[in-house]
Ligand binder design. Sequence first.
Ligand code: HEC
Length: 247
Amino acid sequence: MKLITGTLMALALATPAVAQDTLAVGVAQSDTLGPYLTGSDGRPVYRLAPDTQADDTAARATCTSEDCLQVWPQVATGASDTPVTAGDGVDADLLTTRDGDAPQTVTYNGWPLHYFVGDAGTDAPQGQKITSFGGDWQLVAPDVDAAPQDTAAPEGATASQGASGDASAGGQMFARNCAQCHGRDGAGTSSFPSLIGKDAAFVTDRLETYRAGERVGPNSGLMYGVARRLSDTDIANLAAYISTELN
Ligand code: HEC
């Protein structure tokens, strides 16, 4: 049963493109990261360094696997006649869609655009300078050829005294902040480790390691932004939930 649930979860999460009827591309400003492009609902927009910048029909996207698109969904339009509008500060001439079947990938100055799953429900962009799925991810500046902005980390976590964890609070946090990658039942996928059966000490140790920005495996970059926002209490709660409820 666990296996079946895990498979269904993985399918439900496989949203290779975020498509809608109209797409308004705008610009947001961060004190530490400078100006960056935004897509639907003001979500920050990223590009992947190894992609080739090319004309709109020939841009090469590196992130095409299901696992990659789960974490970095393409910015795309719902249909070929969907208008893509350029807001203040966006160079409309650089904004194009790639020819092909709907949904169409949106590019800016030739770069295929992506969202980051870790930005859901956060104010500050969490994906800047993450290394995953074959390269570095960068926010897209309105003048995309400008030098990349400062690498400062988003707002840090507020530390608080750890108590023994509250599994129910941990469960709520898990559903909001972790399930999109690890699965609601914690079973993971090929790119996201299963958390089933991990004990509290292990989970605590891993989360503290990621929070400190230290590498564990090849995709640790995806955990840095998540872990940075966790307080000691959050970690204790998550450890309590994972070790007692995900079996
Ligand atoms: C954007 C996707 C993503 C999100 C969101 C995410 N994780 Fe992860 N997590 C990963 C990846 C990828 C790894 C493996 C990283 C590596 O290669 O070191 C990982 C590793 C871990 C590990 C270590 C597992 C092991 O066996 O070493 C733990 C524990 C963990 N995550 C807990 C969490 C918790 C708790 C949350 C929510 C607060 C969370 N993760 C949110 C992607 C994610």
